[in-house]
Design a protein. Structure first.
Lengths: 530, 341
């Protein structure tokens, strides 16, 4: 027994001695997101997928840095031709495989996305087809005027046709599986980072692409380890120990607060979306506009923001000014913040055809988003001051998405975090408020309002910035008049980061991008060597 | 037929029936709980047409018995379908994630045996002494808090305040080890990389200890109480009267008969750890099957749920068979009862 104990002790000692890891010469960036990291760019939807896509692949256009609009990227230039859009491609771009980028790759990427019908392919439903004009020119043919089309192209990553065709998996027809098996484990893009290894539940390791057509700065991380599904306590410990660099946006405010107290940077991403408290306009008592206005006036916006505050200066939200988040077409200035007005609420309630004692509001919150329970309790307390009774109900996401398919099953009040997947207001507002879009998780209001529909359609059809600004201003005004939702706050994602990395796109508004996730373009980051 | 082989055949037959029952049960339960798997898989931005197309592809628009027929047909070809969570074959996911969990629970199981049993023996042999009280406090602490609480506490103490152990993962980022068995401690040895082996072993200590604490407590408590009971038996008195040393009495006459209930509990704990490991895996960022199992349940990933539950059930049954055989090996009465039957 003694001999065994001694042997075990010796083995443990040896293991501890041998465990010292060799020193690293390269710079490594470590960050995390919720699982699962979807590598196939045709299926990318989540934040993690978007970060992968924006670094491994490129798109014809990208959002402009530090301002609104989109600039050519893989495209050299583009122009509208009636309903069509013609893109001239850059001639100096090569895929990571060494294959040159041609119009065939763009056509293939578009057709693949349409054929798979997954991810954000619905953004292109107004595109009738695409044709190769010559090796360096493609033409997208649209069925109707659709000004958000250019913005949608930030969600059309260009894949290496030759490489994918050489790696088709099992499937029916000429295109077999369209390379799904291959692209779920490998990269086939032109991006600044290459896939080294990929485990969708653990991490994706990426390395700098030395042949990137725009070059990659020396200070950008050599290797990126993108981890999935780390617990808040683990991230908290890892960052404090210098073993992690950027947290996900999903850390609870109290964890962010303790990291800030330890000296971590707080990176911010703003402008992409908002937190909406949605009211079911299809059933009593919220089918009466005055009842809705009463609730919108009674809600305590300032207390709501305090609940997501990280420090005195940083919060996971900023004051809302209306239905359109600040920074988008039609938004009101940041100084016009929404405020509680109990007297006004009482006036509206007096004008409502339903009396408070006659109804009991159902306030739901999504089970997977614990912060929403706090908002439900806040609303319950706020509405009780008007004499309105309410009950709080926890709904798992899966059940919620099913319930909202019928207005009679949809709760009186639901809570939703929504964002514009392309950065264009159309992708945020049309699915929420157009009458044809009612009955999804985004539209539990079941709003049917002709003025809203008209403004949304005008926003799509207008091609000039001024025209779109006017359309969305009219929409915002109307949304304030009829209050289908309580516009609780504009969303601001906060990421805790070590001082080993600088992320100008998430710390300097002049270098920010108006598209969620694009701030995580690794080639624009700087490792400080600390 | 030798009695052990007969016992093995009997257990295998029963296990097969249990597995078929589990497959039917989990197949049905996964489909009747609320939530549309196609909607969840495609994410919040998918259109109704996209959701409907996926429902058709998954045969969700067909009757349950027909869906089960498709499942059995694919299963006979070793195909558990595609996971909607990872977009990969479920078999590939299980092959990738199972070894990590198995490695963790094998080490945790070894800790239960190598720490729990000796602690029980010490407590019984020195009952009423400070050693007995110390073991009692330790074991009560172990069983009184769930493993994930210990995971966080151990991480805070031994990885944060006293940075003796790594916080997360299976091995340091600087090592690239080719996967042969999926067990990193074995693969590093196959690669002949002793430094990497040390690193992998160093990484597994805290999560395995957190996972095994409750089992250590149970094994120690059970061993102690059984040994204390055995110490009161007349044959122990007789052994003492013959002048056998206390150490020999403890090991040979008191411990061995007390081992059977402890082994049964360790076997059950070992199998249960497959399902219970998920929070420890989550805290230590351990890319194992338990974490995968919870993620697929939350996303209602039907194929992956069925695949994961079947694998965990099969492992549970396998461990029970091994424990039964071990007990039969230790206790001749059980072995010979098979011959009699």
């Amino acid at each position: 027994m003694n001999r065994i104990s001694k042997s075990l002790a010796a083995a443990l000692l040896a293991a501890t001695t041998l465990a010292t890891a060799p020193a690293l010469a390269e710079t490594v960036l470590r960050l995390d997101e919720v699982p699962v990291g979807e590598l196939d760019p045709g299926k990318a939807t989540d934040y993690a997928d978007s970060i992968l896509m924006f670094n491994i692949y490129d798109t014809l256009v990208i959002p402009a840095q530090g301002g609104p609009g989109y600039v050519p990227h893989l495209a050299e230039s583009f122009e509208a031709d009636g309903n069509d859009f013609v893109f001239k491609l850059r001639q100096d771009v090569k895929f990571q495989s060494g294959n040159p980028l041609t119009a065939d790759d763009v056509v293939f990427s578009f057709e693949r996305m349409k054929a798979l019908g997954q991810g954000l392919s619905f953004l292109f439903k107004n595109v009738d087809g695409i044709e190769k004009v010559d090796d360096a020119t493609v033409r997208f043919k649209l069925s109707q005027p659709y000004s958000p089309f250019v913005a949608s192209l930030v969600r059309l990553p260009i894949v290496d046709k030759k490489l994918v065709m050489d790696n088709l998996g099992e499937g029916d027809g000429e295109m077999k599986d369209w390379g799904q098996a291959f692209l779920s484990a490998n990269g086939a893009g032109t991006g600044a980072y290459k896939v080294v290894s990929h485990n969708p539940q653990e991490e994706t390791v990426m390395a700098k692409n030395a042949d990137y057509f725009l070059g990659v700065a020396e200070v950008a991380p050599d290797t990126v380890r993108f981890r999935y599904g780390l617990e808040a306590a683990t991230v908290r410990t890892l960052i404090a120990q210098g073993e992690h660099d950027i947290s996900s946006q999903w850390l609870p405010p109290e964890v962010l607060k303790s990291l800030a107290a330890d000296g971590a940077q707080m990176l911010k991403e703003t402008g992409g979306g908002a937190f909406y408290i949605k009211m079911n306009t299809a059933k009593p008592p919220l089918d009466d506009v005055n009842c809705r206005l009463a609730l919108a006036s009674a809600y305590d916006y300032a207390s709501g923001l305090k609940m997501v505050a990280v420090t005195d200066d940083v919060a996971q939200g900023s004051p809302s000014t209306g239905g359109v988040p600040v920074g988008m077409y039609g938004a009101k200035p940041a100084s016009d913040a929404m405020n509680r007005d109990l007297e006004k609420a009482k006036e509206h309630l007096a004008a409502c055809k339903y009396k408070p004692e006659d109804f009991n509001l159902e306030i739901s919150w999504i089970g997977e988003v614990p912060i929403e329970e706090r908002f439900a309790l806040l609303m319950q307390a706020n509405f009780a001051e008007l004499g309105i009774k309410s009950e709080i109900r926890k709904l798992p996401w899966a059940l919620f998405t099913e319930q909202v398919t019928k207005p009679e099953n949809t709760p009186n009040i639901s809570q939703i975090f929504a964002n514009a997947v392309t950065g264009d207001p159309d992708t945020l507002l049309y699915p929420m408020y157009h009458s044809s879009a009612a009955g999804t998780w985004q539209s539990p209001e079941y709003l049917k309002d002709e003025a809203v529909d008209a403004a949304l359609e005008k926003g799509r059809a207008e091609t000039s910035d001024e025209g779109r600004q006017a359309a969305y201003t009219a929409l915002n005004d109307r949304l304030m008049e009829i209050a289908p939702s309580i516009y609780a706050y504009d969303r601001q994602s906060i990421f805790a980061a070590s001082n080993r990395v600088k992320v100008p796109a998430l710390s300097d508004p002049a270098k920010a991008f108006g598209l969620d996730g694009f701030g995580f373009t690794f080639r624009l980051m700087e490792m400080t060597g600390e | 037929m030798p009695p052990v082989v007969r016992l093995l055949a009997k257990r295998l037959g029963t296990s097969l029936i249990v597995l078929v029952g589990v497959s039917m049960l989990i197949f049905t339960i996964a489909r009747v709980i609320p939530g549309d798997p196609a909607r969840i898989a495609l994410g919040p931005n998918a259109t109704a047409e996209q959701v409907e197309a996926l429902r058709e592809r998954l045969h969700l628009d067909e009757a349950l018995p027909i869906q089960y027929g498709y499942f059995l047909r694919d299963l006979s070809r070793g195909d558990l379908g595609i996971s909607l969570y990872t977009n990969r074959p479920v078999t590939a996911d299980i092959a990738q994630f199972l070894p990590a969990t198995l490695e963790l629970i094998v080490v945790a199981g070894l800790m239960m045996i190598l720490i729990g049993l000796p602690l029980g023996v010490i407590a019984a042999r020195y009952r009423g002494s400070w050693a007995d009280h110390a073991v009692r406090i330790f074991t009560l602490l172990g069983v009184s808090a769930p493993s994930f609480v210990w995971a966080v506490i151990l991480m805070l103490i031994f990885a944060f305040y006293l940075p003796l152990f790594p916080i997360a993962g299976r091995i340091a980022d600087s090592y690239a080890i080719a996967s042969v068995t999926g067990f990193l401690t074995i693969d590093t040895l196959i690669a002949g990389n002793l430094a990497a082996f040390g690193n992998a072993a160093w990484h597994i200590v805290l999560p395995a200890f957190a996972l095994s604490l409750s089992g250590i407590g149970q094994a120690a408590r059970l061993t102690r109480s059984n040994m204390v009971e055995t110490y009161d038996k007349p044959f122990i008195e007789m052994a003492r009267s013959y002048g056998f040393p206390e150490r020999r009495i403890a090991r040979r006459f008191a411990f061995r008969p007390s081992l059977i209930p402890s082994l049964t509990i360790i076997g059950l704990d070992f199998a249960a750890m497959l399902g219970n490991a998920f929070l420890v895996e989550a805290v230590f960022a351990w890319p194992g099957l338990s974490r995968y199992g919870v993620a697929v349940i939350l996303r209602k990933d039907l194929n992956a749920i069925v695949g994961t539950v079947l694998i965990i059930s099969a492992m549970f049954l396998l461990v029970n068979i091994i424990v039964d055989l071990l007990i039969a090996f230790i206790n001749p009465r059980i072995r010979y009862s098979q011959r009699a039957s």
